[in-house]
Design a binder for this molecule. Sequence first.
Ligand code: MHF
Ligand code: KIV
Ligand code: MG
Length: 269
Amino acid sequence: MDRPVTKRITVLTLQNIYREKGKIAALTCYDATFAAVLENAGVDILLVGDSLGNVIQGQASTLPVTLDEMIYHVCCVERGTHSVFILADMPFGTFQVSPQEAFRNAVRLMAAGAQMVKVEGGRHMAETIEFLTCRGIPVCAHIGLIPQSVHQLGGYKIQGKTPDGARQLLEDALLLQKAGAAMLVMELIPAALGEEITRSLSIPTIGIGAGAVCSGQVLVLHDMLGISSGTLPRFVKNFMAGADSIQVAVRNYVKAVKTGEFPAHEHMF
Ligand SMILES: Nc1nc(=O)c2c([nH]1)NC[C@@H]1CN(c3ccc(C(=O)N[C@@H](CCC(=O)O)C(=O)O)cc3)CN21
Ligand SMILES: CC(C)C(=O)C(=O)O
Ligand SMILES: [Mg+2]
């Protein structure tokens, strides 16, 4: 017999958690050992994020990360796990030129073991999201602070602060859902806007600095383990404080997300 296509949590499992109003706990992950720890601790989604440029490679931004590097880390995470859902970032420059080029590049991440790809950007990504979705590749959209545009945004600043900015982000979210996005990451936006977008959509929203009323939360693994260098964004909580192992810290994160205890007021804007 063939190797089973997946014994994993699927996009349907995520939709079920969402429909039953449960919370989705996601963390970034880049290697097989952490992947096994996170899977055993009950994390629902492992995001192989291009934040690996920062935390693995020591880069100043996510911009230098290549598709081949992303593929290598997706393979590592896939090998370390058997049940968790694997989401992979499309790195800078691999999906912006055309829907066709985005499809070719997304295929390589899916072949490496990703179950969904994530693309940064608002309404201008709608055509690409529709192109991929219609051809069998589930897509997670990512709006708000989009780190690949850091040089355009002028820093890692909160987005959607003005009434006009907030309205545009809500419109983006609705257009990306209409284009077929299966999920939406919202990064660094006011909590009230995160709530408004979450209530306006019928797909799960995953927040990072987007307040408590999201369908789920994500953090960079190294940030929540308290081992990242430099000053951390306010939305980060160190779950190693008061935990005596990484396993316990990750379990506490999953519990805190599922109960709605994280994020608390001090992690919001
Ligand atoms: N380790 C790590 N964690 C991340 O969350 C992360 C990365 N790397 N690399 C890519 C981007 C960059 N991110 C960042 C970086 C800095 C802030 C930050 O300092 N934000 C300020 C907000 C400033 C404002 O109010 O506008 C903060 O206080 O949180 C936020 C997100 C998120 N992503
Ligand atoms: C912070 C999350 C959402 C991400 O895109 C990444 O880790 O690259
Ligand atoms: Mg990313």
